[in-house]
Design a protein around this ligand. Structure first.
Ligand SMILES: Cc1cc2nc3c(=O)[nH]c(=O)nc-3n(C[C@H](O)[C@H](O)[C@H](O)COP(=O)(O)O)c2cc1C
Length: 228
């Protein structure tokens, strides 16, 4: 948790003076499970149950790189995780998806500021199977299903009206209660982690940073402690 009593300056005029003292219990090697997904499950559960402190704990920042090596980031929602990795859904023609098609390297960052934690994943992304996409699409609200069709994600629009018109046309074609087909250019990515860092804020900037790194045989994990 954080103690903001020390941060008095007006943040609008003096962001350099904004600082929080992180007064949390630490994270020790001895308490870590064998693999990072189990540790992620523990922290995710705690972020979810931190009495509403972490807004949308499943929101994560996904960073990709283009063919020139220029990075780009955006927020997406984590929609599943298990031993295989982390899953999110998006438009396969979007900037992020096009960049992943050219270079599967990806970074995920969960910014859980209210509990002074972050989780940073480095790995590779690949598309999930079509059945997995269809199963998830069916759980989305009708309006979100239409939205997935209406938006040529990342493309330049001439106006807001163009988007609203596209949505209205689709809503007329598929009224509430009618099944919306899954857009062919929409689906999931699964991020297979290569490293997963668990960052716990501590006093005096002496944070705990424990990073799982996949062993060369790809089967196990080792943990290393990074200097804060
Ligand atoms: C809280 C939040 C959650 C979001 N979740 C998703 C998501 O799950 N999938 C998605 O494609 N875009 C999501 N977005 C929109 C993306 O941030 C982004 O604008 C969009 O995916 C286009 O990114 P791109 O042009 O870099 O590919 C979300 C945005 C926010 C702020």
């Amino acid at each position: 948790m954080t103690d903001s009593s020390a941060s008095l300056p007006d943040p609008l005029s003096e962001p350099a003076g904004m600082r929080e003292q992180y007064v949390t219990d630490g994270l020790a090697e001895a308490e870590l499970p064998a693999g990072p997904m189990e540790q992620f499950a523990r922290w995710f559960k705690e972020a979810v149950s931190a009495t509403g402190a972490v807004h949308e704990p499943n929101a994560m920042i996904v960073s990709t790189v283009d063919a020139e090596g220029r990075p780009s980031s955006r927020t997406v929602l984590l929609k599943g995780f298990d031993e295989r990795g982390f899953v999110f859904f998006t438009n396969y023609d979007s900037r992020k998806a096009r960049e992943l098609a050219g270079n599967a390297a990806v970074s995920l960052l969960f910014p859980w500021h209210p509990v002074a934690r972050q989780v940073i994943v480095s790995g590779t992304a690949e598309r999930v199977g079509r059945e997995e996409t269809v199963a998830y699409f069916r759980t989305r609200p009708h309006g979100s299903q239409l939205g997935a069709w209406a938006s040529a994600q990342s493309a330049v629009l001439t106006s807001r009206e163009e988007l609203d018109r596209a949505y209205a046309d689709l809503a007329a074609r598929y009224p509430e209660g009618e099944q919306v087909p899954v857009p062919p250019n929409w689906g999931g990515f699964r991020v297979t982690p290569r490293t997963v860092e668990f960052w716990q804020g501590r006093r005096n900037r002496l944070h705990d940073r424990l990073r799982y790194v996949r062993t060369p045989d790809g089967k196990g994990w080792r943990v290393e402690r990074l200097s804060p």
